[in-house]
Design a protein around this ligand. Sequence first.
Ligand code: SAM
Length: 349
Amino acid sequence: MASLPEIVANHATLGRQVTGQLLDSHGRLITDLRVSITDRCNYKCVYCRTGQVGAQYAELSTEDYLRIIRNFVALGIEKVRLTGGEPLLRRDLTEMVRELAGWHTPSGDKLDIAITTNGHLLEDLAAPLKKAGLSRITVSMDAVDAPTFERITRVPNSFEAVVNGIRAAQQAGFDRVKVNCVLLRGFNDDQVEAFGEFARRENVIVRFIEFMPLEEDRLWSLDMVVSLREIVERLNKVHPIRQLTPTNPSETARRYGFTDGVGEIGIIAPVTQAFCGACSRIRLTSDGKIRTCLFSHTEHDLNKILREGASDENLQDFILRTVLKKEARHHIGEPGFLKPSRSMVHIGG
Ligand code: SAM
């Protein structure tokens, strides 16, 4: 097995600066870490859950998450997204954000800290999170009318709670709040045009996500996916849109602006226009396992070596080796595609 200096040397042979850069064996720079801090969720979205809300996998202490994240940051992670399950269910979330907000990347920039949330508890938490130093918020919301939304989440009054959460985030000073919507044919595909209006009216960036085979139940089929092309065509019929220049090459969403300058839309199209070649992401599950791809069949148990008394150098060695195993791409929709070993809610979206 190669030693840490050998792995570092291997990175050097890939032709990049080594210090503070995490590079996989396909030459991709890994800068984004997504950490699931719980796999509990207070919603039971029909396309995600079977109806359970309780935990299926363990959670680590905040101290352990912070130690792991610190070691990723030492190796070159620049953005940390806290997710789940539902991250706002963690009682110590604000303290965790406050701690992370004081950290810097090896190149001296402030660590970028984001949260993906269903927004149900955001009305009360938006201001404390802003004060704690959270950089960005993404709220998931799959319909812009209350009955459809509540049919999807299976939680009464959820629509009102989430809209109030989004507005509270804006009032707290989060300026470019993103609203993510997964479209499913036959469930909520009638919402595209209404979401366009919502983006313009509420001054949020609405991002449509193509449905991926990551659900607890076996629902997914290619004909349930509402494609990027269809979304663009339908939005264009209501208000013309044009594609915007990407702000960075690993951006997951293709960005579109309405030509009258009011409102922005993003479309994340992992199924019909995969972006694996520019993937900069790596994930940590709530129970401390590294996943190199949403669709991985193997997990890498960082928590196990932490429990066994690993030093920071041991943890970094493990992370470097694991990153080198990152898959070149996913195989959604191809013959022989195997669903990953966990579903989205248990990986961290
Ligand atoms: N509870 C938080 C939330 O609702 O944003 C964070 C976790 S949730 C799993 C993260 C995101 O994954 C949500 O936007 C959700 O809609 C999305 N998601 C879940 N299952 C998905 C699937 N099969 N395909 C695409 N996106 C999915």
